[in-house]
Design a protein around this ligand. Sequence first.
Ligand SMILES: NC(=O)c1ccc[n+]([C@@H]2O[C@H](COP(=O)([O-])OP(=O)(O)OC[C@H]3O[C@@H](n4cnc5c(N)ncnc54)[C@H](O)[C@@H]3O)[C@@H](O)[C@H]2O)c1
Length: 362
Amino acid sequence: MSQIQGDIHINHAILQQMVQSLWQYAGSSKQEAQRVAEHLVAANLAGHDSHGVGMIPSYMISKSQGHLQQNQQLRIAKDAGAVLTVDGGQGFGQVMAAEAMDLAIARTQKLGMCAIALRNSHHIGRIGHWAEQCARAGFISFHFVNVVGDPMVAPFNGSDRRFGTNPFCAIFPRPGQPPLLLDFATSGIAYGKTRVAWNKGVNVPPGYLIDHQGQPDIDPAVMHEAPFGSLLAFGLHKGYALAVMCEILGGALSGGQTTHPKTLKNASDAIFNCMTSVVLDPAAFDAPDMQQEAEAFIAWTKASPQAGDNAILVPGEWEEAQRAERRLHGIPIDANSWQQICQAARDAGMPDSELAGYQPQA
Ligand SMILES: NC(=O)c1ccc[n+]([C@@H]2O[C@H](COP(=O)([O-])OP(=O)(O)OC[C@H]3O[C@@H](n4cnc5c(N)ncnc54)[C@H](O)[C@@H]3O)[C@@H](O)[C@H]2O)c1
């Protein structure tokens, strides 16, 4: 693949307008297109380009292959009060997960907690987005997610890909301040970050990839060109063990699927997720000093003398800093990814005259 160097910067509101229009041309209702656009651009704003607008070409292929189903509605498969199981019908994950969180939030308002398992959804993107939806309602949440039948990651002590990048996420709201937010893939780096590096023509740091023979590698091409290598889990056996629990709690407990020979996707571009989320109302606990205790811990931790140039952050602060920077200076997109997004817009039916209106300055 030929690499074009350099980033463009695009205003987030203009980008969102373009992405919404693209999905409307591609057949989504206005509301669906808006939700998908909001989610993708919000992922870029949060600094996670791996789950932002760069996903559009892959979603278009999934649609053309008949996997991604537009304009789906979430179906409740089982309602057991505090436990809900819902089916996404291969619909846009950006809509299915939002509707699932709406249900869980309403149940938590009534019961103090809710566990909700979402299965059979197309890619649900950046998981932190769903946790933030819970935190805006004042709730704590945690999320176990698997990527069905799309192995990318080798088991600890293994040499080939056996399961997905299975993210884990947890959030703790802080009144008047951004929440604490843990949100990461259980692979050392997200697959999408290898796509971003590959598109930019740069290597990834050592320790994240192995080649098709199980040997350490730094070239992101091993994830995008045959013969395929694998990602490694973060933190040796610990990240691997968490990935296993995400696979089982996300894929099996939801009544969805885990990764094994019967569920392998066989060259399909579609990404399907299952997510089991637990949403908790802190007010239902006997913890009147909860916020003060949390803040005291954060202050104590951040008071550690800095070891080098980088400040001590708590989870979620990195994303907040990215948002502030990108709202001000625009979202950086590498030239290869931008070309692919523009081609996807043309394929969706957007006329060149409209596309020209979204072109940013280099
Ligand atoms: N839908 C899917 O199938 C899928 C699969 C994998 C990943 N993802 C998403 O990909 C995104 C990127 O994942 P990733 O693994 O590349 O994330 P990452 O490695 O960038 O880690 C992000 C997490 O680390 C925290 N963090 C960053 N710097 C920190 C610091 N100095 N101190 C304390 N905390 C810090 C962030 O606040 C955040 O919680 C996530 O949003 C994830 O949900 C989705």
